[in-house]
Ligand binder design. Structure first.
Ligand SMILES: *Cc1c(COP(=O)(O)O)cnc(C)c1O
Length: 306
């Protein structure tokens, strides 16, 4: 049994037309809890459940927390999610709807995370949002599905927050013998922690996050993502919040699916033919995200003049 579902894979005609190459979509926005996170989180939760865990703890008010809540409900394991005061009403509502116990604590994620850590008792499992080999192994299933369909791309485009998706996709490429397929790692300017590591040639923390793509808001990427720079071809690309928002609106018009700006950042490359020049066929990971509403996206768009 797996908790995630196999998602659609098809070519986007409108995006191919604007990109000037074939753009294939892997639609993980259609996972039951709205993002690819369920692949890795679901896998980690199943492993911990198999080892007898009776309680899952998360400190993510975003899609990782939602995936833990979903996995816990499906597995019959109690879930506690500690979120900071800045968490939106929408996110808390989605967590509660999945049956998780939500504790609001602290002004920032650091404080919420400290309390969450203190709640992890013996036999409980803390589920990290991006830095855990169990997560990467689960995320890799996304590439397994593309390989099973026989659709080898010339490049994979994805967004980077803490780097869990990046590590998982590279693990998937590797285990399917696709070592030669480069990854185009997209962030917004205000959440460019992977880009900072690329420039420094080592893991570094950025001072602050200043982007509406909140799901990309890790100040430092996991060490494995930095290690992959030496092991796999990766190109780091930055887009503006405005480009990410425009891509969300376009994707809703073209494909009738609403995604977060965190996902829009990757999708924005379809409107930047220069970024995809030289590739015949590109796979876009439509990572999704459940925490943005259409009203919120319109409000942000108005604020940044998109
Ligand atoms: C978590 C998340 C990301 C970033 O994934 P990382 O594994 O943290 O790099 C991107 N988009 C969405 C919608 C997410 O939920």
């Amino acid at each position: 049994m797996t908790l995630h579902i196999q998602t659609p894979l098809y070519e986007s005609r409108p995006m191919s037309a604007s990109a000037g190459c074939q753009v294939w979509l892997k639609l993980d926005a259609l996972q039951p809890c709205g993002s690819f996170k369920l692949r890795g989180v679901g896998h980690a939760c199943e492993v911990h459940h198999g080892r007898g865990a009776r309680h899952f703890v998360s400190s993510s008010g975003g899609n990782a927390g939602l995936a833990v809540a979903y996995a816990g409900r499906r597995l019959g394991v109690a879930v506690t999610v500690v979120v900071p005061e800045t968490t939106t009403a929408r996110a808390k509502e989605l967590l509660t709807l999945e049956g998780a116990k939500v504790i609001v604590h602290g002004a920032s994620w650091q404080e919420a995370n400290e309390l969450a850590q203190s709640l992890v008792g013996p036999g409980d499992a803390f589920i990290h949002p991006f830095d855990d080999p169990l997560l990467w192994a689960g995320h890799a299933s996304l590439i397994d599905e593309v390989a099973q369909a026989g659709e080898k791309p010339d490049a994979v485009v994805l967004s980077v927050g803490g780097g869990g998706l990046l590590c998982g996709v590279i693990e998937g490429l590797r285990r399917n013998g696709w070592h030669d397929v480069p990854v185009i790692a997209v962030e917004t300017h205000g959440a460019a922690s992977f880009h900072a590591a690329v420039q420094a040639g080592q893991g570094v923390a950025i001072d602050r996050i200043d982007s509406i793509a909140t799901s990309l808001g890790a100040k430092r990427v996991c060490e494995q993502a930095v290690k992959e720079l030496a092991a796999h071809p990766i190109h780091s690309v930055l887009v503006s919040d405005q480009q990410a928002l425009q891509a969300c609106e376009r994707f809703l018009d073209d494909h009738r699916v609403l995604v977060e700006p965190a996902c829009g950042a990757a999708l924005a490359l379809a409107s930047e033919p220069a970024a995809l020049a030289g590739y015949g066929k590109v796979l876009m990971v439509v990572c999704g995200g459940a925490t943005a509403t259409l009203a919120q996206i319109r409000q942000w768009s108005a604020a940044v003049g998109a």
